[in-house]
Design a protein around this ligand. Structure first.
Ligand code: ZN
Length: 164
């Protein structure tokens, strides 16, 4: 999925999240969550040298692509587990802001869900070679329709936010 579509998809998820946090009366910093989430919504594509983020971190990107290929390790449950452990490790030295942790997970999950909508799917249980795609939906969403689907989701999330 293209970077702009990932960003739009992530914004929809953030709107859903804000609604839930408001309903639960939980304090949050919307700017912190949004900035971190948007960054992590494009981060998993670091495994592709021609992606926006891969272009910025060329060496890491080429290594990941060479050893693992695209949509494998960085798009997997295994990597979410690694991030979880890094967060716990960092918390030994300084307490990480909860907004940052929420942002990381919202961004990451938004990327994984968005890629699962597309035809190419992801290897979520990497190293298992099973391709995860959202049933039926992926049959209709090709590269050209991705953008319209993301815009559609965004509009739905805004409507839900204001009317429920
Ligand atoms: Zn991806």
């Amino acid at each position: 999925m293209y970077i702009k579509n990932h960003l739009i998809f992530c914004c929809s998820l953030i709107i859903f999240l804000i609604k839930i946090l408001n309903l639960l009366n939980i304090n949050y910093n919307i700017w912190c969550i949004t900035i971190v989430a948007l960054f992590f919504s494009i981060f998993p594509d670091i495994d592709h040298p021609r992606s926006y983020i891969g272009y910025k971190f060329k060496i890491i990107s080429y290594l990941l692509f060479y050893f693992f290929k695209h949509r494998t390790i960085t798009h997997s449950l295994f990597f979410l587990f690694i991030i979880f452990n890094i967060i716990i490790y960092l918390n030994f030295f300084f307490i990480l802001d909860l907004n940052i942790i929420i942002g990381i997970y919202v961004g990451y999950i938004s990327h994984i869900l968005a890629d699962m909508i597309t035809n190419r799917g992801i290897y979520f249980l990497w190293p298992c070679k099973y391709k995860f795609r959202i049933p039926f939906l992926y049959l209709f969403i090709n590269r050209n329709k991705e953008f319209y689907f993301c815009i559609f989701l965004f509009i739905i999330s805004v409507i839900l936010y204001f009317y429920f």
